[in-house]
Design a protein around this ligand. Sequence first.
Ligand SMILES: [Zn+2]
Ligand SMILES: [Zn+2]
Length: 264
Amino acid sequence: MNLQFSVLASGSTGNSFFIGNEKTQFLVDAGLSAKGLEEQLIKIDRNIKDINGILITHEHIDHVKGIGVIARKHNIPIYANEKTWKSIGESLGKIPLECRNLFDVEDNKVLEGLGIESFAISHDAAEPMGYVFHNNGKKLVYITDTGYVSQRVKSIIKDADIYIFESNHDVSMLQMCQYPWHIKRRILSDVGHVSNEDAAIALSEVITDRTNRIYLAHLSQDNNLKDIAKMVCTQILEERGHIIGDKLQIHDTDPKTPTELVLI
Ligand SMILES: [Zn+2]
Ligand SMILES: [Zn+2]
């Protein structure tokens, strides 16, 4: 069974990631309106009604905005850890009890052949998580909204075929921008977001010969540019002995346009 995926939307205006195989289809996060998410899925020829579950990374609105309406309208199971459920509370309206499912941090489940593993990341949320997916010998890592990538996380995400990896900002653009100091400090902190450079350095330590595609995700619309993020990643990976080309591709992601649906 092939693994299929597309980054439907990525950035501080809303995040959602589609992943599945022939038997099951999941989303990671639903940070768009229900209607917006339905439209993004149509663009990759998929339907919200076929989604078997939504895995939540953390409670920030750019990751959960649509889940209340989606749960009520389509009765789709939503998975989050207990602390994340607590912080969501009633903020998104009533979420039917049967839609509320637990997915603990550092846990794993196998659903229709799709292995899903959660791991703790470092971000200013209740209990933020990244996910690793295993399907038919293929491994895909999804990690955004993390201030840094610990050795422990590196050991979990090492040696994957595909990475969806946060590359939030260019440090000098962030330092010079109009944001108030406390916001800059938060973004740059260990519980904020990883910079282009930090993302590339972490990637250089976890990718292997089997790694085929890297998607740079959650790019800041104020303090980053797709070309800068890709250039920094290319330079750092090449400095560290990795060759960027057909066998190892670097892609960007977009707040509005889904990435091409890929089957591996
Ligand atoms: Zn976010
Ligand atoms: Zn966040």
